[in-house]
Design a protein around this ligand. Sequence first.
Ligand code: NIG
Ligand code: FE
Length: 403
Amino acid sequence: MTGTDTLFTNISQLVTPRPGVQRGAAMGDLSVIPDAALLVSDGRIRWVGPRAEAPGTAQEHDLGGVAVVPGLIDPHTHAVWAGNRLADFEARVQGVPYEDILARGGGIRSSMRATGAASVEELVALARPRLQALRTSGATTTEVKSGYGLDFDAEQKMLRAIQALQAEFHLTPTLLIHVPPTEGRTEYVRAVCEELIPEVANTGLAETVDVFCEKEAFTVEETRQIFVAAHANELHFKLHADQFHAIGGTELACELRALSVDHLEASGPAQIAALAASNTVATILPGVTLHLGLPAAPGRALIDAGAAVAVGTDLNPGSSPVFSTQLALALAVRLNRLTPAEALTACTVNAAAALGLGDRAALVPGQRADFLALHSADWRDLAYTLGANPVRSVFVSGSGIQA
Ligand code: NIG
Ligand code: FE
């Protein structure tokens, strides 16, 4: 034992999925250890098991008889933006479609104008409380995308804002190629591939490239070109696809072994089959279903077909103002028909896999000691609770960062 060992005790239930990506029926397979203890050494889990079998240690931390689950991973956010979309919201609830607002130069394009006018420091100040809210709800690792840059400088400004918050919130940065310019899109895609992606890879400002593949955004062929450039520059890639129309993005992403395909509200049997036959994670975003009134992504059908499903907030000003990763988990149970156990797996090991991370999200020896102590002795309150926070304390690398 070293001076940094801590034995966490008085855990009513220690609940965890198996480490690594879980597909199909295995998503519902959790380990639940009653009256458990958890030994942390140098920020990593060294031992878990029944309290009665715990190894002796110098320092003990009594968690007060509540349930412990892994820290949540939020695999899809757009947490950096300036301005707001409150006028869009009012128009939408009175019947104007999201895609029509975008086609008229509003929506995402209005967030681009406001974000383009903000400094890095302003973007950091705007994003920090949003990330704090996700953290308070249980997110111990969060993906954040660029994508509101009108030009390449603005995209890199967003990535610098993410970089400034990276250590504080354990962020994974993604370059999002979001909407094409109204003129010169061929030239734009060429410059993305030949200038922006190599630059971002060289400076280390992003680990992954994402594309919005949709009728109002990029075509499948343009997406393919961008993926090829990401691969050539040794970056991961993932995709926004099938949000409004299934135009072939999911099939392309599975063919090219993307980390994940996200949204899937318009996916049908062909897309479900492609995901089930691939190693690509299907990331569903129930906040979008709630906020835009879209059909729910077929979470139940994806799992039944054998796919690996993850869940994220998609926190953004236009389609999902959901500031709680726990709420995304709880909504996936209601809207996408996941069981509570599947939803926990979706928000932990499968979300980690959607980010290419294998060192966290399961409470087993060797993993990062990122975990949550709930208010409740029964872990299922995590999936049950709507509108209050069932997470009492958040631990990252074994340190309590929120009491
Ligand atoms: O994931 N659909 C594309 N992008 C975002 C929305 C961004 C916005 O509306 O500002 C999404 O839903
Ligand atoms: Fe998104």
